[in-house]
Every structure is written in C-alpha cells, then in structure tokens.
Design a protein. Structure first.
Length: 190
C-alpha cells in the first residue's frame, strides 16, 4: 500500500498525530479533504474566489504551525474553519475601515430583490445581507463561533454582533421561506 493510499484511509485524528511529528504528506491529505469546505465558508462570508483561496491557504498554514494546539474536541474541519473565519473577519474589518475612510457612504438599500419565480439558495440569500450581517451570520453559524468569539474576532461590541446576527437571520428566514414572508401571514381583522 502506497503512502498516499495509507493516508487517504486514515482518520483525521491519525493525520493530525502524524502532522505533529512533521509529516507534511499527512497535512496535505487534511488540506485535500477539507480545503474546499474552508474555501466555501469564506465565500459564504462574502469573499470573492481569489480572496477565499488566499484566506484558506493562510488558514491551513496557520493550522500547520499551530497543530499542537488542536485538542481533538471537535473535528479538524471545524477547527481550521474557525481559523479561516477569524482570518477573513480580520481582513474584512481592515477593508471595512479602509472603505469607511475612503467613502462615507453606506451600501445602497434600494437593490432590487430576486423575482418571485427565481429559486433562492443560501448563497444567494446571504449575498442579499449587508456585509456586516453576512460576516456575523457566517461566523456564528458557518464557522460555529459563539457571539462572544465573533465579537472578539471582529473587535466589535457583543451587542452589535447579536444585532447583526438577529437582523441577518430574520432576513434569511424571510428570503428562504416558501411564501416569501418568513412564514408569517398577515392578520386580517374581522
């Protein structure tokens, strides 16, 4: 059995153990297994394809350097996803500050919504959220961070994170519900 076949059949925890001894091939197998999921998370957070690739690569480099800190309490995928989410959050925060300095105008609120006949999937629905809502929802629900962890990653007040998450989830419910109104029917008085 070749080394590649042996690694392909190994459990993530076995691969992590090999990585701790400096086995780069074992880490390569972890990247092969989980790279697309990490890139997908960063894309859902709002990054374009190139930025998602960059953040994922940085996350895996950080994971390799910090592999001794992985305790195996959760999956390797969730651990490296959290690293990627934090890296993207920092990047997003830097870009948001730069944008705020360059242009005081906020995002346009009058963007047309999808037509009633259009099929809306989660990525499309996330794209309809404001940048802050999308990042906060993705950190808390995509990367599994608590509100407090997301607040720390974004260096923002906990209440602000909770507000963005609540508004984002409300908008997602509305956009993804079959009737388009979040499942709430208007009350007719008799």
């Amino acid at each position: 059995m070749s080394t590649r076949e042996r690694l392909a059949g190994a459990h993530d925890l076995e691969l992590v153990g090999l990585c701790r001894t400096g086995d780069r091939a074992a880490f390569g197998e972890l990247v092969r297994r989980h790279g697309s999921a990490v890139r997908g998370l960063v894309r859902r957070m709002g990054a374009d394809a190139a930025a998602a690739d960059d953040v994922a690569q940085d996350a895996f480099l950080a994971a390799f350097e910090q592999i001794g800190e992985f305790r195996g309490e959760g999956s390797f995928r969730s651990w490296v996803s959290r690293i990627a989410a934090r890296l993207y959050a920092r990047r997003w925060r830097r870009e948001a500050r730069a944008d705020a300095l360059a242009d005081d105008q906020g995002e346009a609120d009058g963007a047309p919504g999808p037509s009633a006949d259009a099929r809306i999937d989660l990525d499309d629905a996330l794209a309809q959220l404001s940048a802050a809502e999308r990042v906060c929802v993705s950190l808390c629900y995509g990367a599994g961070l608590s509100h407090a962890e997301a607040a720390a990653a974004l260096n923002a007040p906990l209440g602000t994170i909770k507000s963005h998450v609540k508004r984002g989830l409300d908008k997602l419910r509305s956009q993804l519900s079959p009737d388009g109104d979040g499942g709430q029917r208007s009350k007719v008085s008799a």
